[in-house]
Write a protein of this length. Structure first.
Lengths: 111, 114
């Protein structure tokens, strides 16, 4: 059965800290991996990763995929209180157009 | 990427009643997806809605409980029928507009059943 596991489940840090969130997956015929930020109801798109070893970067956020290890990490540097949210990882198996979501990591950044 | 208008934003409903959630997309899309997020849980796919055909439901979800309409390429509705407190969740519609943007989500409907 396809599955996506994220760790840690929750994390509390102070402003300025750097955090690394993990996502590991087991799917048939991996196609792509997505990272989302969920603050209230609707998740907002962060990154799409399809190729191993290529880092995607946006401001203080970056992400990289390791197909050999079946995993991805999301890094946030110089965290701010506005980074407090649930970060979701989702994986698409080839030909399905459906994404399987992980349980999410709840990040809280303290001032 | 696509913009999705979802309503209602939230509702409190009596058990045994039904609620219909609407999603309007600003562009034509082939597939629309409906997700549920129960409190403290991740997103679970309910069904995939294609225009002109019946929705495809995931394991554990049935048409009688979650009927879906898809009358055209920009609009879909999900009805939560005969509600119980266990249906209290956030319901999200989404589309895959193509390119490197993954899913785009509607603003979500927070449903509370009392």
């Amino acid at each position: 059965e396809d599955k996506v596991v994220q760790s840690p489940l929750s994390l509390v840090v102070h402003e300025g800290d750097t955090v690394t969130l993990n996502c590991s997956y087991e799917v048939t015929n991996f196609r792509s991996l997505l990272w989302y930020k969920q603050e209230k109801k609707a998740p907002t798109f962060l990154f799409m990763l399809t190729s191993s070893g290529i880092e995607k970067k946006s401001g203080r956020l970056s992400s990289i995929l390791d197909k050999k290890e079946l995993s991805s990490i999301l890094n946030i540097t110089a965290t701010q209180t506005g980074d407090s949210a649930i970060y979701l990882c989702a994986v698409e198996a080839s030909g399905t157009y459906k994404y399987i979501f992980g349980t999410g990591t709840r990040l809280k950044v303290l001032a | 990427s696509a913009v999705i208008s979802q309503k209602p934003s939230r509702d409190i409903c009596q058990r045994g009643t039904s609620l219909t959630i609407q999603c309007q997309v600003d562009s034509q899309v082939t597939m629309m997806f409906w997700y549920r997020q129960q409190p403290g849980q991740s997103l679970t796919l309910i069904a995939t809605a294609n225009q002109g055909s019946e929705a495809t439901y995931e394991s554990g979800f049935v048409i009688d409980k979650f009927p879906i309409s898809r009358p055209n390429l920009t609009f879909s509705t999900l009805t939560v029928s005969n509600m119980s407190p266990e249906d209290s969740s956030i319901y999200l519609c989404s589309v895959q507009p193509g390119g490197n943007y993954g899913y785009t989500f509607g603003s979500g409907t927070r449903l509370t059943v009392v």
